[in-house]
Ligand binder design. Structure first.
Ligand SMILES: NC(=O)c1ccc[n+]([C@@H]2O[C@H](COP(=O)([O-])OP(=O)(O)OC[C@H]3O[C@@H](n4cnc5c(N)ncnc54)[C@H](OP(=O)(O)O)[C@@H]3O)[C@@H](O)[C@H]2O)c1
Length: 342
């Protein structure tokens, strides 16, 4: 019997991407779609690339509209998920693509989001140690942020192998869809085209505590993270350049061996052949992650670089991959590692 899935926030970028993936998922039937300001609109007017759903009309985002499904995806602004989720009942699989249930420490949540902490759900980054076991059979999933996905997958093998010191410096470029579909002046084509710019400099970006949480859990100690995001003139993609001081005795060979071990059996994360570097264009529209690593002997630092599509592996693909695990389906069902190029 098909899994019936509803999507709240179907008019947004993350909601649109999860619908694109669910349309290709052989086990899923798409049920109710909801919006906020766009409730009452045809989906075809808002997401014209989702042709098979063009005549669906968006309902208001209420627990009543979302009831009666096996899975509910919440692609809503942060702070909106808890009130909906608590009224969906414990038997429904709720997959939250927002930030509300990602952080374990309420103090981190309150500092970065300025509201009471809603709780912590099993974390939807299956590649992290222990994550698959926590997702199996779970009825609640917190899908990671896009930057923490890229950064955690670039750096966790170094901490798992204990070859890196607990401080990391990260500069990552993101396409503009990472900021959502709501109009904002700094995201106008005229502002973004032909230009790159930093934002959230100096530790202010909300994804920083999530990176510290993930890397610290693997390292077994707090990892200090300096994170600088930049906005790149492209609609999709994240390129994360991460570096950490190497532990004593590290060599180029031991660094490569750590990454080969971590990713030998992963269906979506690919350690590239030596000399080949990740590129966002190669993972456009796919759930693949490209990773490359080097040891810069002159400064004693490990440099790890990853590329993801922020909307696919960075949110909707990670959500579907985690849903598959929670439902006992093959983890790769409905997902592709094939990108769109050029
Ligand atoms: N974009 C990414 O790359 C990305 C990556 C990872 C995680 N996420 C997370 O995914 C969530 C959605 O992001 P997005 O990029 O899709 O944003 P978006 O394009 O701005 O879409 C937001 C969606 O939420 C709806 N919405 C807005 N205010 C609402 C409210 N008060 N109550 C209920 N629904 C409301 C909107 O409906 P209307 O359009 O009908 O008003 C729209 O469907 C966010 O929590 C974001 O952090 C996004």
């Amino acid at each position: 019997m098909a899994v019936r899935a509803a999507v709240a926030g179907a008019s947004g970028y993350a909601g649109g991407e999860v619908l694109r993936l669910l349309l290709a998922h052989p086990e899923v039937e798409i049920g109710t779609l909801t919006g906020n300001s766009n409730a009452g609109q045809r989906l075809g007017a808002l997401q014209p690339h989702l042709l098979p759903l063009a005549d669906r009309v968006l309902a208001e985002t209420t627990p009543e509209a979302l009831a009666g499904h096996d899975v509910v995806f919440l692609a809503l602004p942060h702070g909106q998920s808890a009130a909906v989720a608590e009224r969906l009942g414990p038997d429904v699989l709720v997959v939250d693509m927002g930030a509300d249930f990602r952080l374990k420490d309420p103090a981190d949540w309150e500092r970065f989001y300025g509201s009471p902490h809603a709780g912590t759900w099993p974390y939807g980054l299956p590649e992290l140690p222990g994550a698959r076991a926590a997702l199996e059979g779970s009825k609640r999933i917190a899908v990671p942020g896009c930057y923490p996905t890229a950064v955690s997958l670039a750096l966790y093998p170094a901490y798992a192998a204990q070859i890196a010191e607990p401080e990391a410096v990260i500069v990552a470029a993101s396409g503009t869809s990472g900021a959502g579909k709501a109009p904002k002046a700094h995201l106008l084509g005229s502002e973004v085209m032909g230009s790159m710019s930093p934002y959230g400099v100096g530790g202010g970006h909300r994804h920083t505590p999530e990176m510290i949480q993930n890397l610290g859990a693997v390292a077994g100690e707090r990892v200090a993270v300096s994170f600088t995001p930049t906005l790149a003139p492209m609609p999709r993609g994240i390129l994360a350049t991460c570096s950490a001081k190497a532990a004593a005795g590290v060599t180029a060979e031991s660094v490569r061996a750590a990454y080969q071990k971590a990713y030998a059996d992963e269906p979506f994360v690919h350690l590239l052949p030596e000399g080949q570097w990740p590129a966002t264009a190669s993972v456009h529209g796919s759930n693949a992650v490209q990773v490359q690593v080097a040891y810069d002997e002159a400064v004693g630092r490990i440099i790890a670089i990853s590329a993801i599509d922020n909307l696919t592996k960075g949110t909707a693909g990670g959500a579907v991959q985690s849903m598959n695990i929670a439902l006992g389906l093959d983890e790769s069902t409905g997902l592709t590692t094939i990108g769109v190029a050029p």
